[in-house]
Design a protein around this ligand. Structure first.
Ligand code: NAD
Ligand code: MG
Length: 382
């Protein structure tokens, strides 16, 4: 049976690669829904090429443009955040790929789980903000969440056949980003153009900045806690600049399993969508003759303070990771807008963590309020 797929954020880096995966595997997947935020032109082109049942454009001002282009082709068109939340409940959808960026993914992910849809999760911010709530809801509804993030996919792949065996610890690999080995004096003056040049992966702007600041790894530590039900002291980070070992699991007998391959997001995307099957692909293969050395080093938590701030927020629990995420989203947007420097991002996040009222057992409403309050405060600091 073909899996019927909804892609939230089809115009982004993950979204467009997911479309390539669907196109290459027509016997496995059928496209039902595409959604985008602002990029009406690309959304229209994608819909005309892939013929989904329905599309949603989040920005309501663009509804007419999308409707005029797609209505003659029998493709349903909706607009706005509410439509985004309800489209995931569509009866003909089996699997929702959450490939939108940031906090905006929270509500549609919750609605998709409530509707019993399998989740292929790229939108890590959702688990950072409300990991406890989401994983509890998924357990209650018997919904599986398959990771798309390459590190978490690696761990998931290492766990196949081992789900009954306890994990001793996991080791998330980090490329270190474009500023690996640099000191604070260097980071003081880096520009967004420098920060946007990732050595190994081509990704959306927000995650590329997060990779340069190591916040991405911090978000991934929190993501891993909720995906795999781990304590914080079971999650380690190691810098591995070649990005060939995508992460490792250590079991209670001391044995370690790693998953390896060339960095290509299409592989974890198709593993999440195709699970439990490995689909044939023609992606370039790793060859040891081209890599005489794979190296590993400790992350520099003093220079790259965001990773430490994420560990601290996770340890504090409650709404602290939600504050961390919202402050970081504002900080990254301000950095990309040339309003603050690279090293002011952790300063801003730290100030927000200190200022926003702590809630130990947040409800969904509390998360929504914490997010709004943190954004307001962060804008004020800027
Ligand atoms: P991107 O910026 O390239 O694309 C984001 C997509 O989300 C776009 O389609 C955009 O239209 C949509 N979107 C943005 N804001 C929205 C909103 N408010 N409402 C509705 N839709 C909205 O981002 P990306 O690099 O593809 O990353 C997407 C997610 O996947 C992020 O959470 C990121 O952390 C995660 N991820 C990405 C990669 C990667 O290689 N790009 C790897 C691992 C994880
Ligand atoms: Mg990752």
């Amino acid at each position: 049976m073909k899996k019927r797929i909804a892609i939230l954020g089809s115009t982004g880096s993950i979204g467009t690669q997911a479309l390539e995966v669907i196109e290459a595997n027509p016997e496995s997947f059928e496209l039902e829904v595409l959604t985008a935020n602002h990029n009406a032109k690309l959304l229209i082109a994608q819909a005309l090429a892939y013929k989904p049942n329905a599309v949603v454009i989040a920005n309501e001002a663009l509804y007419d443009e999308v409707f005029d282009a797609l209505d003659p082709h029998d493709i349903k068109v909706y607009a706005g955040a509410n439509a985004l939340n309800s489209i995931v409940e569509m009866e003909t959808v089996d699997l929702v790929l959450t490939a939108m960026v940031g906090y905006a993914g929270l509500q549609p992910t919750i609605r998709a789980i409530q509707a019993g849809k399998t989740i292929a999760l790229a939108n890590k911010e959702t688990l950072v903000v409300a990991g406890e709530l989401i994983s509890k809801l998924a357990r209650e509804k018997g919904v599986n969440i398959y990771p798309v993030d390459s590190e978490h996919s690696a761990i998931f792949q290492c766990l196949a056949g081992e789900f009954h065996n306890p994990i001793e610890k996991i080791i998330l690999t980090a490329s270190g980003g474009p500023f690996r080995g640099k000191d604070k004096a260097f980071l003081e003056t880096v520009t967004k153009a420098q920060a946007l040049k990732h050595p190994n992966w081509s990704m959306g702007a927000k995650i590329t900045i997060d990779s340069a600041s190591l916040m991405n790894k911090g978000l991934e530590v929190i993501e891993a806690k909720w995906l795999f039900g781990l304590r914080q002291d079971q999650i380690e980070v190691v810098v591995h600049p070649q990005s060939i070992v995508h992460s490792l699991v250590q079991f209670e007998d001391g044995s370690m399993k790693a998953q390896m391959g060339l960095p290509d997001m299409k592989l974890p995307i198709q593993y999440a969508m195709g699970y439990p099957n490995r689909l044939k692909s023609d992606f370039p293969r790793f060859d040891f003759r081209n890599f005489s050395q794979l190296t590993f080093e400790q992350p520099d938590l003093e220079t790259f303070r965001n990773l430490q701030l994420a560990y601290d927020a996770l340890a504090k629990g409650g709404n602290a990771p939600c504050v961390l995420n919202a402050a970081n989203e504002i900080a990254v947007a301000a950095f990309l807008n040339d309003e603050i420097g690279f090293l002011q991002m952790p300063d801003l996040i730290e100030s927000c963590l200190a200022k926003v009222a702590y809630i130990a057992q947040p409800s969904l409403e509390d998360y929504v309020q914490t997010d709004a309050e943190t954004r307001r405060l962060a804008e004020e600091f800027i």
